[in-house]
Write a protein that binds this ligand. Structure first.
Ligand SMILES: NC(=O)c1ccc[n+]([C@@H]2O[C@H](COP(=O)([O-])OP(=O)(O)OC[C@H]3O[C@@H](n4cnc5c(N)ncnc54)[C@H](OP(=O)(O)O)[C@@H]3O)[C@@H](O)[C@H]2O)c1
Length: 310
């Protein structure tokens, strides 16, 4: 296979994707491009454009539109793009329509959302005669994330600032749990009635010198969040996440755990947990063949075969 791949966004993810692709035969890598070279990246007509810039659908919609109008398939890491119609149905429909007309595919991909809380969960359900409910737990070492992402998810604030930020939306915690829940529900034919969220700061008892940010004692070094997708009156999908700059010293080593509850419960444990800096770019790079061969339109990871190295 010979493929041209353009990378828009020159941050952590796309730098790592470029490194993975550089080791593969038959890939012409264009970029990673910064904002100033937006046009070059998106109008390149490459077989695949990878957009790794921000988390929000409204921000990346014009970029996706430009790339698909130019005949490129698009892989996008924005968490909200993993299941876009639950965020903004108008944008999702519009881009899905353009993609079908241009006979290309859009895919929101990554580790979480995109794998740990959805694609991997769906694969595990294949081994269960039935699934009544799900509990997913993930503990992540946040020290490898860049400063912009860390500030947005809530690291380096006082407890009051964290409270105010999560209330006004400027601090998001980990984005993408509702998307994962809806990917799984969509595939299993479950109707979610509502999704509830609880998020609380983890205040540092000592200072933490991270690779990208330093946090003084008394500031947030992590957070704990829990999302519950409710069906009827009961939690159907519970997703627990703990992120910390030094989770081992906090007594919570990184791990992933998927528990499928039903007649024959299944528990999957991954230890140490999947590393975001390694696995997110790998899933993106490994998604190139499946996005090129998928049915046109905006697809979710629940609709496509697994991503595999090629
Ligand atoms: N689904 C998943 O599992 C997953 C995994 C990893 C990352 N993500 C998400 O993917 C995004 C990229 O991650 P990252 O770690 O690479 O972030 P990063 O290191 O902060 O890099 C982001 C890059 O995109 C640029 N950028 C930011 N906002 C932009 C916009 N509105 N338009 C154009 N360019 C923009 C930045 O340029 P400047 O330096 O000029 O601002 C920077 O080059 C983040 O939102 C992250 O949350 C999702």
């Amino acid at each position: 296979m010979r493929v041209r791949v353009a990378l828009y966004g020159a941050g952590q993810v796309n730098q790592a994707v470029a490194a993975i692709l550089a080791a593969r035969r038959g890939v012409d890598i264009l970029g990673p491009f910064r904002r100033a070279d937006r046009k070059v990246a998106l109008a390149s007509g490459a077989e695949v454009v990878i957009v790794a810039t921000t988390s929000f659908l409204a921000d990346i919609a014009p970029d996706i539109e430009e790339a698909i109008e130019n005949g490129s398939n698009v892989i996008v890491t924005a968490e909200e793009a993993a299941f876009p119609k639950a965020v903004d149905e108008r944008i999702a429909r519009k881009l899905d329509k353009i993609a079908r007309r241009r006979e290309v595919t859009i895919l929101g991909a990554g580790l979480n959302p995109g794998f740990a809380f959805d694609a991997l969960v769906l694969t595990a359900t294949g081994a269960a005669p039935s699934v009544d409910s799900l509990l997913i737990e993930r503990v992540v070492d946040l020290s490898g994330f860049g400063e912009v992402v860390l500030r947005r998810i809530g690291i380096g604030f006082t407890a009051d600032e964290f409270q105010a930020g999560t209330t006004d939306g400027s601090i998001t915690g980990h984005i993408g749990f509702p998307q994962s829940m809806r990917i799984v529900a969509d595939r299993l034919g479950v109707e979610i009635d509502r999704i509830e969220r609880v998020i609380e700061p983890l205040i540092a008892e000592r200072s933490h010198e991270g690779r990208h940010v330093s946090v003084a004692a008394g500031m947030t070094a992590g957070f704990r969040q829990e999302y519950k997708a409710i069906v009827g009156r009961s939690p159907w999908f519970v997703a627990k996440f703990l992120g910390h700059l030094d989770p081992v010293s906090y007594g919570q080593p990184p791990r992933d755990r998927i528990e499928l509850r039903g007649g024959s419960p299944i528990v999957l444990e991954i230890s140490p947990g999947l590393n975001p800096q390694i696995s997110a770019p790998a899933i993106v790079a490994n998604s190139i063949p499946r996005v090129m061969t998928a049915e046109p339109g905006w697809r979710t990871v629940g609709e496509l075969p697994p991503a595999t190295p090629w």
